[in-house]
Design a protein around this ligand. Sequence first.
Ligand SMILES: Cc1ncc(COP(=O)(O)O)c(C=O)c1O
Length: 442
Amino acid sequence: MKDTIEKIRNSLQAHHDMFRNSIPLIASENITSPAVKEACCSDFSHRYAEGWPGSRVYAGCEYIDEIEILCQDLTKKYFNCCFADVRPVSGVMANLVLYNAFTSRNNGKMCCMSIPKGGHISHGPYQATSGRLIYGTAGTVRGLEVKYLDFDEENMNIDPDGSAKTIRECKPEMVLFGGSVFLFPHPIKELKDAAKEVGASIGYDGAHVAGLIGSGYFQDPLREGADAMSFSTHKTLPGPQHGAVISDREDLIEDLKNAAFPALFSNHHLHNVAGFAVSLAEMIEFGKEYHKKIIENAKLFGQALYERGFKVLCEHLGFTESHQVVVDIANFEKSVGLGGDIERLLEEANIIINRNLLPWDIRDGRHYMNPGGLRLGTSEVTRLGMGKSEMVEIAEFFKKLIIDKQDPKKVKEEVKAFSNDFQECKYCFQTPNNTYEFHKFY
Ligand SMILES: Cc1ncc(COP(=O)(O)O)c(C=O)c1O
C-alpha cells in the first residue's frame, strides 16, 4: 500500500505540474492564497462542531467558534447584511437551504432559469425528458415542481415581461435568480412585484458572481429585493470549496438557520470555514481592485476573440458585465467540431475551458456532451496577474488552434512558455508565492 500512496502522490504532483503549464479559463474555478491553503490544512479538518457557535453538540470547539463567528462577521461586512450562515459545505447545499426555508416539501413550486438558458443542475426538476430522467436537485431532493422563467436569447438574460406573466400564472412559492451562465445582472427589481403579489419568496444563487457582488461591481441582490442569497465560496470569491447563505431580513434568520441544520449537514468542513474567513479578509482588502480587473479582462477577452472572427455573444452589450464570456462555436462544426471537440483540442494545447449549452442548442438538436458553446472565465488568470496584453495573446492562441488549425503540440509549447510568467497568486498578503507548487509534508 505504500506504493499506492506514492502513486497518488505522483498523480497529485502531475496535476500541479499540468496547471503550472496551462491557461486556466474555467469560469467556476479559482486559486487560493498561501494563507487560505494553510487554514485548509489545519487540524480543523479532523473535527466536528455541529450546531451554531456557542451552542455546539461537540466539545473542543473554543477556537472553532472563534473563527466561525469571525467568518460570519466578515461575510456580513463584505456583503453588508445582518445574517450569514457559513456552514453549507457547497453551493448546492446552500441552494437546498433556500429550498427548505422558502418552499413546501413535495408539492412546492419554484420559478427559475432552465439549464440551457444558464440555470444550474441544482435548480432543476426530477423529470423525464426525451426518454431520459433528469435528477435536478430541486426536484429530486425537495420534490419541487420547477417552472422556467422566460428568457431573452439576444440579450442573454431573463425576460422581465414574459417572466412576470409566468410568475403570475404559476404562483410559485419561490422565484430563484442567478445561474451558471451569467453575463448580466438579473432583473430582480423588475420582477419583485410579481413575486410578492403571488406570495413568493425571492432567492438568488450567487455562486458565480458572489465576489463581484461583495466588491460592489455586479448587482446588489439583497437591496434589489432578494430575501436571501446562496453562493459557493470558490469562484469569483477566491476561497476554498464551500458555501454560504446570507440575508438582510432579521425576520428570516431563525427560518434560515433551521432550514440548514440539522437537515442538511452534520460536520460542516471547519477547515474550509477557516479558509473562507481568510479569503474574505483578502477580498475586503484587495477585492475592489481584483474584481474590477476580472470584469475588465472579460470584456477585453471578448473583444479580442470577436476581432479574430469568433462569434462572441452579446457584442451589442459589450459582451459581458461579469467574469464570463460565451462563444457560439457552432460555425466550426464542419471544420473542427462542436463544444466537446473544441474543449479537447484546447486541452491538448494546455488551455483549460468548459464547453457549454447555449439557449438554442437543444432546439437545434445539440447535446450537452457536444454543445454549441464555450464558457470562458477570467477569475483565475486575473488572479495570476494577467491583463490586457495577455487577454489578446490568449485570444490569439484560440485563433491559432480553432481557425488557423495549427498543430496543438506546437501551440502547447507556446502556452507553456506564456504560463511560465504567471505563477504567483496575486491580490493576497503572501507574495511572492508559487501558487501551483505541490506542498509535501513528508
Ligand atoms: C449557479 C450555480 N449554483 C450552484 C453551483 C454548485 O456549487 P458547488 O459546486 O459549490 O456545490 C454552481 C456550480 O458551478 C453554479 O454554477
